[in-house]
Ligand binder design. Structure first.
Ligand code: CP
Length: 322
């Protein structure tokens, strides 16, 4: 593995999931891999889990870690080529990425969608500019359209729960949740991309449910069954994965805040004794009821804990390829 920008960079998904589970069982087994090497974690946006779990995973592998918040700790970065730089961005990514690439052996980057221009967001300019100019492997810490480290942690979490329940091919339902703010599609896109791969290999059945107008981009929906009636979608569900996203078709807009789409214990009862998943952070009771989050049905803490192991599996594979 050179870069880890999306599922397309994964050659063997089963092996990567197993590598994460192995890291969880034996966190320090590969400490030699990162010795005398450095990872830079570059954040254009806020983070709790991604920042701490990736740092911890890197340390488990013996890597030195440097973290920087762009625009707060550093100069604002210009991404466009050929611009006359008389705006508020003091440094161009050409120099910034090249310089960070001299200090670091791997660079992780978080850069969310701006939700103003769909074409621009879906071009993944920040990731591609860093990949072009840094000259070292780039890890996606959540980009405009994807959050692959989260999706890998989600796969690990589902496999662990499958092993406990004995259900060989669970029904996994991605549901839109209400929110008053426009949020990116990245987590939902990425989860769909990875679950479609798991469905293709016979490991899950995958269903997406959302109100009309919240259709994800076709390349992410893939072969998933889309059901507009949430109650119907939840029937027989083994996993309910909740996430809010803004509209892709009416780009970046909040079309409804219908509270009936929030997940409650009635929804869990409608499912097959289902488990609730969410990448966090989650706004309690706006998106999911306290009684769900505080019940044994919730996997959200385990999911967040597994972020350490998903990051470790990816960093290990990158280090092994150096
Ligand atoms: N799930 C996730 O990426 O959390 P943070 O935004 O806190 O990193």
């Amino acid at each position: 593995m050179t870069n880890f920008l999306s599922l397309a960079d994964v050659s063997d998904l089963d092996a990567l999931i197993q590598s994460g589970r192995d890291a969880k069982a034996s966190p320090f087994a590969n400490q030699h891999l990162g010795k005398n090497k450095t990872i830079g974690l570059i954040f254009f946006n806020s983070s709790l889990r991604t920042r701490l779990s990736t740092q911890k995973a890197a340390q488990n592998l013996g890597l030195n870690v440097m973290t920087m918040n762009v625009g707060q700790d550093s100069w604002g970065l210009e991404m466009e080529e050929g611009v006359f730089m008389n705006g508020d961005k003091a440094e161009h990514v050409r120099e910034a990425a090249a310089v960070i690439g001299r200090y670091c052996d791997i660079i992780g980057i978080r850069a969310f969608a701006e939700l103003k221009d769909r074409e621009k967001d879906y071009k993944e300019q920040v990731m591609h500019q860093f990949a072009k100019y840094a000259n070292v492997p780039i890890v996606n810490l959540e980009s405009a359209t994807r959050h692959p480290l989260q999706s890998l942690a989600d796969c690990i979490t589902i496999e662990e729960a499958k092993a406990q329940s004995g259900i060989k091919r669970p029904k996994v339902v991605l549901t839109w949740l209400p929110h008053f703010k426009p949020l990116p599609q990245a987590v939902a896109n990425s989860f769909s991309e990875w679950m479609n791969a798991r469905a293709n290999s016979g490991d899950v059945d995958f269903v997406i449910t959302h109100p009309e107008g919240y259709e994800l981009a076709p390349e992410f929906v893939g072969n998933a069954k889309v059901i507009y009636n949430q109650d119907e979608a939840f029937e027989g569900a083994d996993f309910i994965y909740g996430k809010n996203w803004s509209s892709y078709t009416q780009y970046g807009q909040v079309l409804t805040q219908d509270p009936s789409w929030a997940v409650t214990m009635d929804d869990i009862r409608r499912s097959n004794n289902g488990k609730f998943m969410h990448c966090l952070p989650v706004r309690r009771n706006l998106k999911v009821a306290d009684e769900v989050l505080d019940s044994p049905h919730s996997l959200v803490i385990e999911q967040a804990a597994n972020r350490e192991w998903s990051a470790q599996a990816v960093l290990k594979e990158i280090l092994q390829g150096m």
